[in-house]
Design a protein. Structure first.
Length: 151
């Protein structure tokens, strides 16, 4: 089984073998300095890693982008590290893949909904899983897994 991961709080995990199983990154809401914040649910993440016999993971490699705040980039890096540690705890081999590489290989358009539309073309039976704009991470995770399966 191949695992494709679009990291981040709005990301997803796509387990691909004979079928495609997609899960949103598990999160929980905490209160920090009187504000409600989301963070990765580590127990939920580990439970998902343990449910399947994953032989390889393709993890989207993310970097800081101009205009993003220091706090949001710290949280993104923190979450990325948590995902890496979870994968390591299950001894799942990882290939880091940049969005530019997998999107070019699969012909994903550059527009905002490019991943959702291309995933619907390549995996039409699963298009219902990313029919809402907020589910773009599901489409990306599915495409990353598909990239991993084909490469």
């Amino acid at each position: 089984m191949i695992l494709g991961i679009d990291p981040g709080l709005s990301g997803a995990l796509a387990f691909l073998d004979d079928e495609l199983l997609i899960y949103d990154i598990p999160t929980l809401e905490i209160s920090r300095n009187g504000k409600k914040k989301r963070q990765i649910d580590l127990q939920g993440l580990l439970a998902l890693f343990g449910m399947y016999n994953v032989r390889h993971c393709y993890l989207e490699s993310v970097n800081a982008m101009p205009g993003q705040g220091v706090s949001s980039m710290f949280q993104m890096g923190r979450g990325f590290g948590q995902i890496e540690m979870g994968l390591a705890s299950y001894k799942i081999p990882v290939t880091y893949i940049t969005p530019q590489v997998w999107k070019k290989k699969l012909g994903v358009p550059k527009d905002k909904d490019g991943a959702r539309s291309r995933a619907s073309q390549l995996i039409p039976a699963e298009a219902h899983q990313w029919d809402l704009k907020k589910h773009h991470g599901r489409a990306e995770a599915a495409l990353i897994a598909l990239y991993g399966l084909k490469c």
